[in-house]
Design a protein around this ligand. Structure first.
Ligand code: TRP
Length: 457
């Protein structure tokens, strides 16, 4: 390989980057509204259980394969086995993952663009550019395309700088900022009239719904999306752990690091709910409609792009600051996720072609922006389809494939066992006793069952 691989410089850096990938619009926007419309605390409970029972072992599969292979998803999966057929299948799964994550980025960047525009609008207003603020606040083809372009450019700029200088450096700056902004907003919102009602809807479980298949399905999809699973993002981040852990630590600490990551991601989603749901009921207390025509709680675009902005508008001067803070929070969350998505295809192409990272990043970023532009211009026809093809259909299937690869191909490899023994690494502890069987049999079955359900509903 012509170029030295990038790597994270410390465990903390890795944690911030991986948490940055996991914590995104899925946590701040997806999770709270799913919870509110799926039985409140019941969904929260199901989500926590599924995240640890199902998503955590799958996350470990990715981190372990990445750590072991020191490579991008395509190279990693096509070199796990000596058998030609398995190598070919591995390569194909890898390329499918890369395609899926590129498509996820293409719609994610559109949504992130809306949010970036909503951040820039109050900023312009504060600076006295009323006309600019008005243009930014209203959705339209040119605005959406320009905002998506600017967001994509930020993503490309960070990824082009490399793993430690770009991804790690920016994640360690942005993630703590994100936590502070979130806590500040929660304190403010919980002190407004109406917030208590929101807390009640969010936290009181409707236990009759805990075993509802559609609830479990949404919770699984949410967990896979939120932990960025199946597409090689976590795999390639795991492969950059090389120098951040000593040889011995790699075996011992990885399960612990993965668990910390799962906990960070789920807690962040939970805490974001303490902001979003009460904020909706604060809006209701001010006369803003928060239910749609069919009596359902407004989720998705309706929530973040209508309800919350109307709430901010109602709050006068404080509202301008609140809007700016809230959308800054969302932009940061989206950016640390989008860089992790772009890294997946970039790592494949740089390592396969040996071409310079900057050029590859710009090229791939450019292609993904073109796909975004096509989606923006044919929004009604394409957007929902791309979202369900990637997140509902492909991600669980790819997660399944990765569990099978980790459980059946990697873990049973005699050479690897011999190598581990040679280095004096004994795989002891509860994780190594349970995980191999679990990831080989239980995880794939659970994913499959839930997936079959989804084909029926
Ligand atoms: N997990 C992020 C979120 O919650 C999004 C994300 C980043 C992602 N990388 C991914 C989703 C890879 C799927 C696949 O918003």
């Amino acid at each position: 390989m012509a170029h030295a691989r990038g790597h994270f410089t410390s465990r903390f850096g890795f944690l911030m980057a991986a948490a940055g990938s996991a914590i995104g619009l899925g946590n701040i926007w997806g999770f709270p509204t799913q919870a509110a419309s799926n039985g409140g605390g019941a969904f929260v409970l199901a989500y926590f259980i599924l995240a640890f029972l199902l998503a955590y072992p799958a996350l470990m599969a990715e981190l372990i394969i990445g750590r072991h292979s020191n490579a991008n998803i395509v190279t990693a999966l096509s070199t796990l086995s000596d058998r030609p057929l398995l190598r070919r299948v591995g390569g194909m799964v890898g390329y499918y993952g890369v395609l899926v994550v590129s498509l996820i980025l293409s719609f994610y960047a559109i949504v992130a663009g809306w949010i970036l525009a909503k951040f820039a609008a109050p900023l312009m207003q504060l600076l006295g550019f009323e006309a600019g603020a008005g243009w930014l606040a209203q959705s339209g083809l040119v605005r959406d395309l320009s905002a998506c372009f600017v967001f994509s450019l930020m993503t490309v700029w960070i990824v082009a700088r490399g793993v430690s200088q770009g991804i790690e450096a920016w994640s360690t700056r942005l993630m703590p900022t994100l936590a502070i902004l979130l806590l500040a907003l929660i304190v403010y919102v919980l002190n407004q009239p109406g917030a208590a009602e929101g807390l009640r809807v969010y936290l009181l479980p409707d236990f009759s719904r805990v075993l509802d298949p559609s609830l479990l399905l949404s919770a699984m999809g949410q967990a896979f999306f939120s932990l960025s699973l199946g597409v090689g993002t976590m795999l390639v981040y795991g492969s950059y752990l090389g120098r951040a852990l000593s040889e011995r630590d790699r075996q011992d600490k990885l399960p612990h690091i993965g668990a910390t990551l799962t906990l960070l991601d789920t807690s962040f989603a939970f805490v974001a709910g303490l902001l979003i749901i009460p904020a909706m009921y604060v809006a209701q207390a001010q006369g803003i409609a928060i239910y749609g025509a069919a009596g359902e709680l407004l989720a998705g675009p309706g929530l973040v792009l209508q309800v919350l902005p109307s709430l901010f508008d109602n709050m006068g001067n404080a509202g301008v600051w609140l809007a700016m803070t809230f959308f800054a929070l969302m932009t940061i969350a989206a950016l640390t996720s989008s860089i992790s998505m772009l890294e997946a295809p970039v790592s494949v192409v740089t390592e396969k072609s040996g071409a310079p990272r900057t050029r590859v990043t710009m090229m791939i970023g450019g292609i993904i922006f073109l796909i975004s532009a096509i989606i923006v211009m044919n929004f009604a026809a394409l957007f929902d389809g791309v979202v369900s093809f990637t997140t509902e259909f492909s991600q669980p299937l790819l997660g399944l494939a990765l569990c099978l690869f980790a459980g059946w191909v990697w873990h049973r490899d005699k050479k690897i066992q011999a190598l581990a023994a040679q280095q004096g690494i004994e795989r002891q502890g509860i994780f190594w006793r349970i995980w191999p069987f679990y990831v080989r049999i239980i995880c794939p079955l659970l994913i499959l069952v839930t997936f079959m359900q989804s084909l029926r509903v």
